[in-house]
Design a protein around this ligand. Sequence first.
Ligand code: FBP
Length: 554
Amino acid sequence: MGTIISPLQKARASYEPKLPPALRNGAAVSVIEGEKTKSVADCEQIQKLFPSSYGSPKVEFKKGSGGHLNAPINVGVILSGGQAPGGHNVIAGLFDGIRSLNPNSKLYGFKGGPSGLTDNKYIELTNDIIDAYRNTGGFDMIGSGRTKLEKAEQFEKARENCEKLGIKALVVIGGDDSNTNACLLAEYYKSRNIPIQVIGCPKTIDGDLKNDQIEASFGFDTACRVYSELIGNICRDSNSAKKYWHFIKLMGRSASHITLECALQTHPNVAIVSEEVAEHKQTLEEIVNSIASAVVERANKGSNFGIVLIPEGLIEFIPEMKILISELNDILAREEDAFRKLFTNDEKIVFLNHHLSKDSSYVFSSLPQQIQLQLAMDRDPHGNVQVSLIETEKFLAELVGLKLKELAAEGKYKGKFTTQAHFMGYEGRCAAPSNYDADYCYSLGFTAAALIGAGKTGFMASVKNTTKIADKWTSGGIPITMMMNVERRHGEDKPVIQKALVKLDGAPFLEFIKHRNRWAVETDYVYPGPIQYFGPSEVCDQVTKTLELEQSGK
Ligand code: FBP
């Protein structure tokens, strides 16, 4: 933390996040247990893999006595994966929660993500540290990382390190993969009677860790507001200068929730939803043609400008690209040593082409060299292509330009097409949390403390009813096994939390398709402006359109 803090940060430090009523007397709550639970699919397999945790009932909290634990409890916390606004508030909520259980409880932050736990890199989080980070964005209090925690040796190392610090519970703040691994860790300890509880919290700006039990992943709200502010500004610039088509790629490694939410907030001319592309098996050519036809229609009305939103995961949803990427993944894993020895770009491309199937080699050869090389870059620790490094926005703009040239030659297009490309991701991941995220995150952290107090393990903290005023919010815990199914990952069947992609029959997407044909031709931009932290509730306490639409039908 720097020595000088901005006036906004200073003012924001005293913001008191709202809590669900159940937690307002502290984390010593009354626990109401529901029925036994089942996983969303593949019940038998999941039960076999998690014999000690499977089937636990969901729990809901009601206001308790606020009584204290007899002994203080030491807790460890980890931030895992990409930054998301509100992470510091989860830690602050957890800190305040365990202190409400017993004022001598201690919180240790493992540094740099899951590797901090196995390498014993930690810091004791004191009152002063927590206070300095309340309601701030970023994960810099303890840092984050993408190390996978899934092997028995790692679990044993973690246990050794926890024992040294007297840690009886770990809280993992992460996305679907990290929470899947938190559940594996919980099962490992529980089945061996090792007294370390493990609790997860749903984090990711991508918005794809949600289901019937978890309304939203934290950070999505703030990140989408930041991107929508910027998109709105670009829309306004575009409508003022009237000379550019802006191609804007938005984060969201796999799901298109961010793109869809930003489209609902700003009304761009085109927004691509990867899940629709996959469902309709749209080819790259079809996608390019559909953007080009919006450009032509607008040009016919004299509007040679516009906005196109592109989800960063798109490339993996286009059927022919998906096959190509999966072949590249295999080749790069199998031929890693030989590939590393290649020096020039041309050598790399020839090598890959040689190992690809005929169809994929054809697709690969049709791509610009820059994209070919970006597709061959290192995978992340989970084996994923790093889609944020692939310049899909430039690539699509170039292909649309070529298509328009063809149309112009046939006399079907007379407009002017000049483009600007943008990528929005890092601009939003560490923004100061909106009121929604500040409140939601603090409540999630406090809920995690209540789950620890209630002796639970293998649970994810859950706060619901968040489209309503905080007086109506509920809090409790969901067994993580309940969200799991079995998926084929890198040639093996693995238990994983089911990723929430955009549902094509879901209310947010249906709302989008109701309007998109009109938005494509007309200029109907909305300018949301910056996040407001102070002021009337209807401005400061909004929820995302996605959440509002999803919850309105319930
Ligand atoms: P998480 O799923 O870990 O929350 O990460 C989200 C994300 O911001 C994606 O949208 C993006 O593809 C990725 O992280 C980029 O991560 P990195 O900066 O580590 O390459």
